[in-house]
Design a binder for this molecule. Structure first.
Ligand SMILES: [Zn+2]
Ligand SMILES: [Zn+2]
Length: 580
């Protein structure tokens, strides 16, 4: 645990101490550190429960208690002692069950007279290490015990915490800015996507402008992939149950699968991923080692049944568009393929100005039942990924427990213009699916050789990437992505002909334009173009028509003044081509 995490974890204890002081009937449960602070879940069913207005008072009590928290002492206790101490608390009893089962020692931590069951990881001297004004309580929410909806509903109190008051203020300012930049708001403002109650939540509908934006992003990924030998494939969106039984998805994705029963009583499912289908394309015929690797790519939707409470905007959806690819290759080719994909990822995210960090998502050896494949397969795969990251001299860290069920992953984390980190592309090494589907190539000796698969989506999901990109750019989409790149505003009706001429000159060079010939004032039209964050606005009237020019204003560079039409075309074409 880093020092800030330890402080946040300590503050969770402090919150529990303040709550139990003010609400003696409250039962404590768990309280971890999180990304921006901490939370603690309480059971208030035995008495009075605090409302949002009470947070201020709880915060005050926390500050008062903090002054006497000079150290956190711990003792190891027997199971019986632990059970006696929390005999009124069924939640702690459950936690004790788990600790006993894991064989770990049971430890209790105490500060200022408040004791909690805990594994440790605290500030050494809370009153000295934690600044009084570096934290605050934010909100109250409901949360099921263990995140399980069949279990009791608890009350979760969230706090935010940073090292200093200044860091806390910076964080608040970022949150305020992020709210302004919410992709749901920008999506409406730029007319990119919409939702319909009839279609259902979590199922975004892309407008003509939104579809253009998606296509541009996807084209770019294809362009980057071109030199590495990727080929297009296409598959149906449903499959018989048997494919997923063989791949293991029927069991592992059980709750998230959209199932279909046909009128003949056959069981089908909507695909939650594309890999099983793609294996069947690879397996249509034997492959000589000379034909390896086979690189299949396809941009297509997958479907996952998420709980409706978790849906919101484009970040959690039921229909997910993946720019998916599967490389079928020999063990000896894994490194080169990873390097190539990594190059594509670097190029793609670099174009948008994201900074990347890499997470090596490994399996958790303590829960082998969550994964397919033997410990030996996992070790080989993880060692290979670590070697690649080292060789590439990447900014990386290891995360046990974050792997996919069929293999370790290399997850790219992008830092956006607000300093927030998002998980974006992933590259996954898979030694399990080729086993399950018995995928091989014929090697130099004429024998069958087991191959491996590499799964990779550059954008991950187009929905999620679009959300991240919109917030990162505040809707100021780079010209090459913008659905409308140029808006042409004729000053009056009699300039409509010239506006059309300018528009076709641009269209001939594949620049996307729109003529705004509404019966509105020029000022209003300019404001509208700015609202929609159109990269270029061209005003045309008598003077422009006579001189074969346009009066151009750039969203990013300001007023450009009068420019010859050919000159403007050349400028924007080069900007689009270079993706600057
Ligand atoms: Zn603790
Ligand atoms: Zn896959």
């Amino acid at each position: 645990m880093n020092p800030l995490e330890s402080k946040r974890h300590t503050l969770a204890h402090l919150l529990a101490a303040a709550v139990t002081e003010r609400y003696p009937n409250a039962k404590t449960t768990i309280g971890p550190a999180i990304d921006n602070g901490f939370y603690y879940d309480f059971d208030f069913s035995g008495g009075e429960k605090p409302g949002p207005d009470e947070l201020v008072n709880l915060e005050k009590t926390m500050r008062e208690l903090l002054t006497s928290w000079n150290e956190m002492t711990y003792i190891e206790v027997s199971e019986k002692d632990a059970r006696d101490r929390f005999k009124e608390n069924p939640f702690k009893q459950e936690l004790i069950d788990e600790i006993v089962k894991s064989g770990e020692p049971i430890t209790l931590y105490t500060a200022g007279g408040f004791t909690d069951l805990c594994r440790g990881g605290h500030a050494k001297n809370p009153s000295r290490d934690i600044a009084r004004d570096s934290f605050s309580l934010e909100r109250i929410a409901g949360a099921y015990w263990k995140g399980d909806e069949t279990k009791p509903m608890l009350t979760r109190i969230y706090g935010i915490a940073f090292d200093t008051r200044k860091d806390l203020a910076i964080y608040r300012a970022q949150i305020a800015e992020a709210k302004k930049r919410d992709h749901r708001k920008l999506g409406k403002q730029l007319d990119l996507f919409t939702f319909s109650e009839l279609v259902g939540s979590g199922l975004p509908l892309w407008t003509p402008k939104g579809a253009t934006m998606r296509q541009e992003l996807d084209n770019y990924v294809w362009e980057l992939r071109e030199k590495y030998g990727y080929q297009r494939v296409a598959i149906p969106h449903i499959t018989k149950k048997e494919l997923y039984e063989k791949s293991g998805h029927w069991q592992k994705f059980a709750d998230e699968l959209f199932r279909i029963t046909t009128r003949e009583g056959k069981e089908y499912a909507l695909k939650p991923m594309n890999c099983p289908h793609h294996t069947q394309i690879f397996d249509r015929k034997p492959h000589s080692y000379k034909e390896m690797p086979q690189r299949y790519a396809e941009t297509t939707m997958v479907y996952r049944d998420e709980q409706s409470g978790e849906l919101g905007g484009l970040t959690r959806v039921l229909s997910i568009t993946q720019d998916d690819s599967h490389v079928f290759c020999r063990h000896s080719q894994v490194k080169d393929e990873f390097f190539n994909i990594w190059d594509i990822v670097d190029n793609f995210y670099g174009t948008f100005g994201f900074k990347l960090r890499v997470r090596l998502s490994f399996h958790n050896p303590e829960t082998p039942e969550k994964y397919l494949g033997t410990p030996e397969i996992w070790k080989n795969a993880e060692d290979a990924l670590r070697d690649i990251a080292k060789e590439r001299d990447a900014d990386y860290f290891e995360a046990p427990g974050e792997a996919a069920m069929y293999g370790p992953k290399l997850d790219f984390m992008a830092t956006d213009s607000l300093g927030r980190e998002h998980q974006v592309a992933t590259i996954q090494l898979d030694m399990n699916m080729p086993e399950r589907f018995d995928l091989t190539c014929i090697n130099e000796q004429g024998e069958k050789e087991r191959i491996v698969m590499i799964h990779c989506a550059i954008m991950g999901s187009i929905e999620r990437f679009s959300a991240v990109m919109l917030e990162h750019t505040n809707g100021n989409l780079p010209t090459w992505v913008a659905p409308v790149q140029v808006r042409i505003l004729p000053i009056s009706e009699k300039h409509a002909g010239y506006a059309k001429k300018v528009s076709s000159a641009l269209a001939d060079s594949r620049v996307r334009t729109e003529i705004d010939d509404a019966d509105e004032s020029l000022g209003k039209k300019i404001r509208k173009a700015k609202m929609e964050k159109t990269p270029y606005v061209l005003v045309v009237g008598d003077k422009e028509a006579d001189d074969n020019t346009v009066s151009a204003e750039s969203r990013d560079e300001g007023k450009l003044g009068a420019i010859k039409v050919e000159e403007f075309v050349a400028k924007i074409v080069s900007e689009i081509k270079l993706r600057t």
